[in-house]
Design a protein around this ligand. Structure first.
Ligand code: 3PG
Length: 306
């Protein structure tokens, strides 16, 4: 059995060592393709593998077609919008993610980005505090919940919207559940986005929602670039000089945003929400364990293409 770890953005060494131990102790072979620069390298590397571990690496139909022995793909992380689920399902390939394993890293970054923007991106001048402000969480899953709890610990008033989460979860965290997306945005000084990129959410966050936010509000995107209506955000930032936008994933029109809005916008140079050793270890090792468990017992608990 051959397991390939294909990571354009590599895991921390300790995570790779841990994955290797799990795979080799199970009697399987580990192959490593890191920092690849061309998809042909991935196409070659998958040719003879039974299992594949990736991060945001694109597992397209072409990749799946090239992987004749492939039986399982594990996205070491939360969002699996980088995997062509239809192509995998057609071939009977199981696709899994590792929910929750890298969430704390992303949540810490979301809080860090809020403070960074509140302090004028650490440039001279009077900033503001996040304590006492209202933090709106759009989607109360693993990351959203951690951001909510951290926000509360920092003295923020936390509200959230998520129609798929039970009232008891919000109640346990002391977070107010609001009834609509419109109400969430209209009430949030900081809005932290945690929705996945799906057909329904793509391009759904734009002009109207931003324009409804309170004076001086900041939209924080550590989710996916695709959920943003980039032209709408540009228009809202143009019309409202008090609004700010910070993102862990550079927008398609980021150069224009930077040029037009200066300190009111910021994008990390490369997606870094899950870029901690802890997150790499948690997600990477979970992925390796899920693969071994799948081959040994048929466990498909974290399968996303059921
Ligand atoms: C996720 O969906 O888990 C995060 O976006 C992290 O992605 P990454 O593994 O590419 O950093």
């Amino acid at each position: 059995m051959k397991v390939l770890v294909a990571t354009e953005k590599p895991f921390a060494k300790r995570a790779v060592d841990g994955i290797r131990s799990i795979v080799e102790e199970a009697g399987y072979e580990l192959a490593l393709l890191e920092k690849y620069t061309d998809k042909t390298q991935l196409l070659e590397a998958v040719a003879d593998v039974d299992a594949l571990i990736v991060r945001s690496d694109k597992v397209t139909r072409e990749v799946i077609d090239a992987a004749r022995n492939l039986r399982i793909v594990v996205r070491a992380g939360a969002g699996y919008d980088n995997v062509d689920l239809a192509a995998a399902t057609e071939r009977g390939i199981v696709v899994m993610n590792t929910p929750g394993q890298n969430s704390n890293a992303v949540a810490e970054l979301a809080i860090a980005l809020m403070i960074f923007m509140a302090r004028n991106r650490f440039t001279p001048g009077t900033g503001s505090e996040i304590q006492g402000k209202t933090l709106g969480i759009h989607a109360y899953g693993h990351v959203g919940r951690l951001v909510g709890r951290k926000g509360k610990a920092l003295g923020m008033e936390v509200i959230a919207y998520d129609p798929f989460v039970g009232e008891e979860v919000f109640a346990a965290d002391g977070v107010k559940r609001v009834g609509s997306i419109a109400e969430l945005y209209a009430s949030s000084d900081y809005l932290s986005l945690h929705i996945p990129a799906t057909a329904e959410t793509k391009g759904s966050i734009g002009y109207d929602l931003l324009m409804s936010m309170p004076k001086g509000a900041t939209l924080v995107n550590t989710a996916r670039k695709e959920v943003i209506d980039e032209e709408g955000v540009l228009r809202a930032l143009t019309e409202r000089e008090d609004l700010k936008y910070v993102t862990d994933i550079a927008a398609g029109n980021q150069a224009e945003l930077d040029e037009k809005f200066g300190k009111r916008v910021f994008a990390t140079p490369k997606k870094m929400g899950a870029e901690t050793a802890e997150a790499n270890i948690n997600a990477g090792l979970a992925a390796a364990r899920q693969i071994v468990d799948f081959f040994r017992t048929g466990n498909t608990r974290f399968q996303v293409n059921k």
